[in-house]
Design a protein around this ligand. Structure first.
Ligand SMILES: C[S@@+](CC[C@H](N)C(=O)[O-])C[C@H]1O[C@@H](n2cnc3c(N)ncnc32)[C@H](O)[C@@H]1O
Length: 503
């Protein structure tokens, strides 16, 4: 593209974007910047790009507009089986290891595709799982796919793609997992489509991990070609949040162009010939904190990736095992007794925000928990994947706080993770009975009915949401949403209503 905007204007614009949106546009990417700002100008209904730039730098941006701008400034370009090595490592190393660990246990696997664009990445992950797990129907598989751009999410939910989305993917992928609808348009098969849940989530603003947005206790997180847009500070914060969203031993996959020990100091790099990924390993973090040498971790020269044309389940036994041991228990010091309850709660909250969930659980093993402590304990259990403990704690909390709609909602979130949709529906209805304006409960109900294929119920609950939030201002944060604005929520509901009407 030929740049027509003068350098001085692009310089000012990139500084403004860095300051307001924490997105980094060095000079080498000014072509992209100009192209993207032109497409944003169109969406904001500006005839010429100059007056649009003038407008955004001189008037306060609402949060909704910031997000819309961010969605334009970050490219959504992607395709199926992008960087094949990242799926080969999933099929040949990570999944066999997880299957071995979980098949006698709870048969649960949780994966998050953060910045999923139009769904090509999470659907590729779902295909890899289907290829590797022969009895997949007996497993509790969650693939959460999130993005900031509602248009991308709408495309993903529709599940229809043109030939360009398969440009480098293996032939079997399109043949086996898609149905040609009309010439050059391919529909993902329902068995794969139903494995993925799409949700709106702004990695820069929303809170995670949280059982409320299902970003807790992930075994694997793919966050590829997203972090590279952020400036250093935002990058660090997002990487920390994603680290906390993983369980101990969980894996983190970025694109090969984003690899950097400097950028991911908490993670342990795992080098496989042909690919590098990261692992959450708290003992590695502790070592680094004490400036100890971390080179003692074995270099996994254990296998080389080989492209697999046909699905053949591989069970690799002797790979590097994630260290699944819990953090050592801490001992209460005597001074603690002299601390006030508030101080102790603040301290535990601080430990929670650092992502040290085993320590939070440890400290909250006492009777007479306050309501806030009880919530923190439930969330810490959920974040470490101890869902049955989280459920038991919720049940205890409900006994004493029957009229607390938030507890019923949290209970429903845990039940959904345990794949108990009918019990979750009952809990959500109780939350709405107690608080008829609890819009996220209507939203979860709508989504649960959508999964069941009950479009009438979905539409009913979504319309209830609109009738409540249409009275709110667009910048208001939706209660219990971990940072979602009302304006964005309206867009999501309207977009999903459109998609639901299509099918
Ligand atoms: C290039 S695509 C990456 C798609 C896929 N992960 C891949 O590697 O092929 C980048 C995606 O990140 C999303 N994105 C950008 N900023 C985001 C944010 N703050 N929160 C969530 N998603 C974001 C964009 O909307 C876009 O869909």
């Amino acid at each position: 593209m030929i740049r027509t905007l003068p350098d001085i204007k692009l310089q000012k614009l990139s500084e403004f974007i860095e300051l307001k949106l924490a997105l980094h546009f060095p000079k080498e990417r000014w072509d992209d910047l100009e192209r993207n700002i032109r497409s944003a100008a169109k969406e904001f209904e500006y005839q010429d790009v100059d007056s649009f730039i003038q407008h955004i730098v001189s008037s306060p941006l609402t949060r909704e507009h910031s997000e819309l701008l961010a969605a334009h400034l970050t490219i959504s370009e992607t395709y199926f089986w992008r960087e094949p090595e990242s799926f080969e490592v999933l099929e040949q190393m990570i999944l066999p290891e997880l299957i071995r660990l979980r098949q006698k246990n709870n048969k649960r696997i949780r994966i998050w595709s953060a910045g999923c664009s139009g769904g090509e990445e999470p659907y590729s992950i779902a295909i890899a799982l289907t290829r590797i797990i022969p009895d997949i129907k007996n497993w509790n598989i969650s693939i959460l796919a999130t993005d900031i751009n509602p248009r991308n999410l709408q495309k993903a939910v529709t599940g229809e793609y043109g030939a360009w989305s398969f440009r480098t993917s293996p032939k079997w992928l399109k043949e086996k997992y898609f149905i040609e609808k009309n010439k050059g348009h391919f529909q993902i098969i329902p068995a794969i489509k139903n494995m993925v849940t799409f949700e709106y989530l702004n990695l820069a603003e929303n809170d995670y991990p949280s059982p409320l947005n299902h970003t807790n206790a992930m075994d694997i997180i793919y966050c590829r070609n997203v972090l590279m847009y952020f400036n250093q500070e935002r990058f660090r914060l997002v990487a920390k949040g994603l680290y906390n969203s993983l369980i101990e031993g969980g894996y983190f996959v970025v694109s090969s162009s984003e690899l950097s020990t400097q950028n991911f100091p908490d993670f342990l790099p795992v080098n496989i010939p042909g690919f590098v990924l990261y692992q959450k390993n708290s003992s590695n973090k502790r070592k680094q904190n004490k400036n100890e040498i971390s080179e003692t971790y074995p270099e996994p020269q254990l296998f080389t990736l080989t492209a697999k044309p046909e699905p053949t389940p591989v069970f690799v036994q002797d790979l590097v095992k994630p260290n699944l041991s819990e953090t050592e228990s801490s001992v209460f010091k005597e001074e603690d007794i002299l601390q006030t309850t508030d101080q102790i709660y603040e301290e535990i909250l601080n430990t929670y925000s650092k992502g040290n969930y085993p320590e939070v659980i440890n400290r909250l093993q006492k009777v007479d928990l306050s309501p806030d402590e009880q919530i923190l304990l439930i969330r810490a259990y959920a974040n470490t994947g101890k869902l049955s403990d989280a459920l038991t704690e919720c049940q205890k909390a409900i006994l004493t706080r029957k009229l607390d709609s938030k507890i019923h909602y949290l209970y429903a979130s845990i039940l959904q993770e345990l794949k108990q949709p009918d019990e979750a529906i009952a809990a959500l209805k109780r939350a709405i009975y107690i608080d008829p304006d609890f819009v996220l409960s209507y939203y979860s109900l709508g989504n649960l009915y959508l999964k069941k294929g009950n479009m009438d119920a979905t539409k009913k609950y979504y319309k209830n949401i609109l009738s409540i939030i249409n009275k709110w201002s667009d910048d208001e944060i939706v209660p219990e949403s971990e940072g979602l604005t009302t304006g964005r929520f309206k867009q999501i509901i309207n977009a999903t209503l459109k998609t639901a009407a299509l099918s």
